[in-house]
Design a protein around this ligand. Structure first.
Ligand code: DGT
Ligand code: CA
Ligand code: CA
Ligand code: ZN
Length: 586
């Protein structure tokens, strides 16, 4: 079982206890323990297996430790079973809605028997919620808006969560009987920013039943959704569903192609096959006699032309192999047919990281620690981009503190060689589009990164004008996390991205693809548009610790989904070429 499964289960318990009206100190203790678990670098399962005392970790008390051990050993927490016998588990979805909270959730349940978000929506429609004391029309409207947001997010996992959660399943499947290979397919293989469910394939000849049996016996499975001779489906404690298909070698490539999707890509592939007089399905590529009756045609009838490898499937259709990240029906099939497939950027191409925070603002590590970490990743340049003073709650840099930071950076440059440390800052774009640093500071910075962190609910025109105005400042180099989205938490703000990208092209400003898996902002589609307009894209981690620097790969995956090649990525330049770009206005 993964740490994330443990923390999600404890969160459910804490939410339910809070609805029940438990002692706030107990609830706080749970939340603190959950924070500890979320920042843990070791696996709780292995600690429990080794018999370690979990209470030696910060904020883990005896009762939480007992719950964790029980969950890992048995897959259940009896306390959670008790509590959920009294109040429906689905109420936790209500609590997480903006404008509801534990007290209101309890009231909605007791007064109106509302158990789910769908119930709540129905009763809002009927007007019964508005009539309840303590609710009213205004709060009902707020709740309705957050239900809309909730619907957009519900059920999808962020890529880094899905990746962590599936690791244990893959490890478990490594010892499945008769299995020669396991591969991840679906949206996770395409490296989408969010994942509905995870699809995995097992290569195995003969009866798949023992493989499926092994799969559904995974100790981290909260429930089994289905099990048959060729497929099985489980749901992990986190709510993530995992689908397994067992496939023989002769069809493995075709199945991998089919189940990697996307559906839209597959439709184009199938149509192309039909035009060539062929049939593609998850079993292979077949030439079917023209007079065959489709109604009686078996899955593997006809002359088999391909199926054991993915390359073979594409080649039979006259196509180059298509990297999974591109399989979204955005022109990739045409590119594969005409030899115009892009040579996508890869993690090895990245030479520097141009957004990170140190202890000068909200980072956990010193400039020197960040520099050493960047150097050990093989980077030759980096920018320390602490916040500016508008971010007072994280001690954003005042002009005086900026100068003090430069003095420290000068010292670090003396001590750490082999990497260029640029003077920089993540300067807030204020409400009126001006920048949160005086010109004399901006002019001395090597790299000016700007971004919006406040007044994010402006209307589209005002927000667009605000950002455009900020970009015209002649010192600006990079517009960071341009749309402000927080995946599954906050929608992108209302802004005309097209106008912003066009302005970036005109002004010589680069745009960021923030690699933090909570952001991935700009997204793949916008990044593709930036490429078309000739706007350089910077893939930066926005790291707040050395570990955060490792998020670079998530940014690179999204850049690849946006068709970026090394030449499109500013921080794939050598340090010399990057310096030339910095001097572009000189
Ligand atoms: P997700 O799970 O929502 O993040 O997205 P996917 O792409 O993983 O979708 P999923 O899990 O429903 O199905 C996995 C792949 O299987 C999908 O990408 C393509 C293939 N597939 C599933 N159903 C269909 C279908 O009805 N038609 C076609 N052409 N392909 C399908
Ligand atoms: Ca899927
Ligand atoms: Ca699926
Ligand atoms: Zn920021």
């Amino acid at each position: 079982m993964e740490n994330l499964d443990v923390s999600r289960t404890l969160t459910t318990l804490a939410d339910l206890l809070e609805i029940q009206g438990a002692n706030p100190f107990r609830i706080r203790a749970y939340r603190n323990a959950i924070n500890t678990i979320n920042s843990l670098s070791r696996s709780l399962s292995s600690m429990v297996e080794a018999g370690e005392d979990l209470t030696e970790m910060p904020d883990i008390g005896t009762s939480v430790a007992t719950h964790i051990v029980e969950l890992i050993q048995t897959g259940r927490i009896s306390r959670l079973d008790e509590v959920s016998a009294e109040i429906p588990v689905t109420l936790v979805d209500l609590v997480r809605l903006d404008g509801v909270g534990p007290k209101k959730a309890k009231k909605l349940f007791e007064a109106l028997k509302i158990e789910t978000v769908a119930d709540l929506e129905a009763q809002l429609d009927a007007g019964t919620v508005q009539a309840l004391a303590g609710f009213g029309v205004k709060s009902a409207a707020k709740i309705r808006r957050s239900i809309e947001d909730h619907k957009k997010h519900t059920g999808r996992f962020q890529i880094h969560e899905a990746e962590k959660l599936i690791a244990g399943v893959l490890e478990h499947m490594a010892s499945a009987p008769g299995v020669e290979a396991i591969d991840v397919a679906g949206s996770l293989r395409r490296r989408k920013d969010t994942i509905g469910d995870v699809d995995i394939l097992a290569r195995c000849e003969g009866d798949g039943t023992p493989v499926v049996d092994h799969f559904v016996a995974f100790s981290g499975a909260a429930r089994v959704e289905g099990a048959g001779p060729t497929k099985g489906s489980i749901v992990l404690h986190s709510g993530l569903q995992v689908d397994l298909r067992v496939i023989p070698s002769r069809s493995y490539g075709a199945a991998l192609q089919y189940f990697s999707g996307s559906k839209e890509h597959n439709v184009v592939i199938r149509t192309r096959a039909v035009r060539l007089g062929l049939r593609v399905n998850e079993w292979g590529v077949f030439r079917v006699p023209e007079d065959a009756d489709p109604a009686t045609l078996g899955k593997e009838d006809g002359e088999r032309l391909a199926g054991d490898t993915e390359e073979g499937v594409y080649a039979t259709l006259g196509l180059a192999w298509v990297p999974p990240v591109l399989r979204e029906n955005r022109g990739e099939v045409e590119a594969a047919a005409t030899g115009a497939m892009p040579a996508l950027v890869s993690l090895e191409d990245i030479r520097g990281d141009l957004q990170m925070h140190s202890t000068w603002s909200d980072g956990t590590s010193s400039v020197e620690e960040m520099a050493l970490a960047c150097r050990s990743l093989g980077y030759t340049y980096m920018a320390v981009t602490d916040h500016s003073q508008a971010m007072a709650m994280v001690q954003g840099l005042t002009p005086e503190r900026a100068r003090a930071q430069w003095a420290e950076i000068a010292e670090v440059r003396e001590r750490v060689d082999g990497i260029d440390i640029l003077l920089s800052a993540e300067v807030d774009i204020l409400k009126d589009g001006s920048l949160d640093m005086p010109d004399e500071i901006l002019e001395e910075l090597d790299l000016v990164v700007i971004s919006v962190h406040s007044f994010m609910d402006l209307d589209k025109r005002t927000m667009t004008e605000r950002v455009l105005k900020a970009m015209t400042h002649p010192t600006v180099d990079i517009l960071a996390h341009p749309t402000g989205r927080r995946i599954n938490r906050r929608e992108p703000f209302d802004m005309d991205v097209e106008s912003v990208l066009e302005a970036a092209a005109d002004l010589g400003v680069a745009v960021e693809l923030n690699a933090n898996p909570n952001r991935l902002d700009l997204n793949d589609v916008h990044v593709h548009r930036a490429k078309e307009l000739g706007v350089p894209v910077v893939i930066s981690t926005d790291a707040h610790s050395p570990r955060g620097l490792l998020d670079m790969r998530f940014g690179v995956d999204q850049a690849r989904r946006g068709w970026l090649e090394p030449g499109d990525v500013l921080n794939a330049k050598s340090v010399a070429d990057f310096r030339i770009w910095l001097d572009r206005r000189a």
